[in-house]
Design a protein around this ligand. Structure first.
Ligand code: NAP
Ligand code: ZN
Length: 346
């Protein structure tokens, strides 16, 4: 077993604190990665607070992992020691169901194995990237370019792919008006990809002070959703809304901003069920859809796209000792625009 330093929550009410765990030895199809950076996703907070479902404790969050490969199994040919690599939200899936065969491991019909807060197919709990090293089967490891700032690449492994995948699936691009709701970790990547794909991008935000940042990220328009006049001006105007909000919010209000036949894509995952009256959808043939992360091949495609177009996340690099304050800021919507942990501080 591989002794690993980590930060864990011991219960849903505890702060994160130092802990140590054991990773499995590197199997013939495994890769060991020395973690250099790990992004902080709002999902980490939902899960350590048991907001979605009862979690497995102690919990080591973190599914935006980048680092350097330190060991490879005897049958691994895709990677070698010293390569830069990344791991996102999944570390395993059945590999044989129709979805896995289609490159949609995130929708594995047996359920994929999440990078943390899950039991692996061996029955052992998984522990995430707020730690110094991880062992993962090679199929769930992606290659990372050395052209980009490595710390700023980490968030691409979740915030990046979660916004890239639906925009690709719904073919959002030139000629489309896209609104991104919530300028946080996911939202700011949604803006970057929407702009890169050629859409006309509007940020719908509760935070007027983020306007300049939104424009610097490439957004063409900025609407403060608390301002009724600004909202009225964009009624019925969007082809797509990419909704990244982590908290309770008024979906029918956003549906009124869609054009006829428009689609509201949920990637944000607020814990409480949302109410949508039939009459918010029927008169305009509107759709509400959902999407989660992306498959492994698509994650690699997204990373390659980012390397080619020089796209990374805008980050605040933090020491792990500052993680609990970072969570407090995240709850207030005060993330500019992704916290990334320097795991050397663990
Ligand atoms: P985040 O960085 O905290 O960003 C969320 C943003 O939503 C905030 O910055 C804020 O932006 C806005 N917001 C917050 N409270 C709001 C409210 N009450 N009403 C309207 N807007 C509000 O979070 P994140 O890491 O991007 O994650 C966002 C959500 O996506 C979380 O629920 C997370 O679990 C989920 N997620 C889903 C997937 C998936 O696969 N589908 C993957 C990763 C994360 P403004 O200040 O601009 O309003
Ligand atoms: Zn995430």
């Amino acid at each position: 077993m591989i002794q690993t330093k980590a930060y864990a929550a011991q219960s849903p009410t505890a702060d994160l604190a130092p802990w140590s765990l054991e990773r499995r030895d590197v199997g013939s199809h495994d890769v060991q990665i020395d973690i250099h950076f790990c992004g902080v996703c709002h999902s980490d907070l939902h899960q350590i607070r048991n907001e979605w479902f009862p979690g497995i404790f102690p919990m080591v969050p973190g599914h935006e992992i980048v680092g350097r490969i330190s060991q490879v199994g005897s049958h691994v040919n895709k990677f070698k020691v010293g390569d830069l690599a990344g791991v996102g939200c999944m570390v395993d899936s059945c590999q044989v169901c129709a979805n896995c065969k289609d490159g949609l491991e995130q929708y594995c019909l047996e359920g994929n194995t999440q990078t943390y807060n899950n039991l692996g197919r061996d029955g052992v709990p998984t522990y995430g990237g707020y730690s110094t090293t991880i062992v993962v089967r090679e199929e769930f490891v992606v290659s990372v370019s050395d052209k980009l700032n490595l710390a700023a690449v980490a968030p691409l492994l979740c915030a990046g792919i979660t916004t890239y995948s639906p925009l690709r699936y719904w073919k959002v691009g030139k000629g489309h008006k896209l609104a991104v709701v919530g300028l946080g970790g996911l939202g700011h990547m949604g803006v970057k990809f929407g702009v890169a794909f050629g859409a006309d991008v509007t940020v719908l935000s509760t935070s007027p002070e983020k306007e300049q940042d939104a424009k610097s990220l490439g957004a063409h328009h900025f609407v403060v959703t608390k301002d009724e006049a600004q909202l009225k001006a964009v009624q019925g105007s969007f082809d797509f809304i990419l909704d990244t909000v982590a908290a309770d919010h008024d979906i029918p209000l956003y549906l009124s901003l869609l054009k006829t036949s428009g689609t509201h894509i949920l990637v944000g995952a607020p814990p409480k069920p949302m109410e949508i009256p039939a009459f918010a959808l029927i008169p305009g043939r509107k759709s509400v859809a959902g999407s989660t992360i992306g498959g492994i091949a698509e994650t690699q495609e997204m990373l390659d796209f980012c390397a080619e177009h020089n796209i990374v996340s805008d980050i605040e690099l933090i020491d792990i000792q500052d993680i609990n304050q970072a969570y407090e800021r995240m709850v207030k919507g005060d993330v500019r625009y992704r916290f990334v942990i320097d795991t050397a501080t663990i």
